[in-house]
Write a protein of this length. Structure first.
Length: 192
């Protein structure tokens, strides 16, 4: 089984849980919910991205690593919505992801979310109106190159996973990042 298939299997429940938390299908999904989603994702991305330079192997696997950072896009979108994002989180916190294999697994979660983003976007525009388009840099990350970026990422993932110990570490890291995203979205999106 490819590591990608293993990751899909081991994180299927997590994905269902985050979809439920975001609840983009709700008819009353509003701009506050969208802002809460962006805040939760910012809290997941920012400290993790600050940890990248300490994980040099990650940059060797993915030479385009720094262009995969998304905290700045999330901050931009929040500001466009008139929300002042939480102050920049400058901690180096790899969220329990302390070795490069785990970080690659964590990155699977965040890079994979760019695939779902176009579905979220397709739902968001009719729901919130065309005006929302100024605040969708994060959901539109990679633009036309989205599929290409995903292929580059998964190729690096499969290469790294040819080492059995690394493969186990990738699966651990993906589980940890999904758990973190679930916690952060659950806090950010708590509805009455
Ligand atoms: C309401 C919100 C979401 C919806 C509707 C959604 C929907 C989807 C869909 C339809 C795909 C498959 C896309 C394709 O194969 O081209 C996908 C993939 C994925 N999504 Fe989501 N998603 C959502 C939120 C998230 C979040 C918040 C995360 C994690 C931060 C996430 C992580 C992933 C991952 C890792 C994959 C890749 C699965 C794989 O192919 O291995 N998604 N999502």
């Amino acid at each position: 089984m490819s590591v990608l298939d293993e990751l899909r299997q081991t994180t299927r429940i997590d994905h269902e849980a985050v979809e439920q938390l975001v609840a983009i299908e709700r008819p009353d999904f509003g701009v506050d919910d969208y802002a809460a989603f962006l805040s939760g994702m910012l809290a997941a991305h920012e400290p993790f991205e600050h940890g990248w330079p300490a994980l040099s192997q990650l940059g060797l696997w993915l030479p385009d690593l720094t262009t995969r950072a998304k905290a700045a896009l999330l901050r931009h979108d929040l500001r466009q919505l008139g929300r002042e994002p939480a102050p920049a989180d400058t901690r180096i916190d790899t969220s329990g992801v302390y070795v490069a294999g785990e970080a690659l697994g964590a990155l699977y979660v965040l890079e994979g979310s760019t695939l779902g983003a176009r579905f979220v976007l397709a739902r968001l525009v009719p729901l919130l109106g065309d005006g929302i388009r100024g605040a969708t840099q994060y959901l539109e990350a990679y633009g036309e190159t989205r599929a290409q970026r995903w292929r580059t990422f998964t190729a690096a993932l499969e290469r790294a996973a040819s080492d059995a110990a690394l493969r186990a570490s990738i699966v651990t890291g993906a589980g940890r990042m999904f758990a973190r995203v679930r916690g952060l979205l659950s806090d950010a999106m708590a509805r009455d």
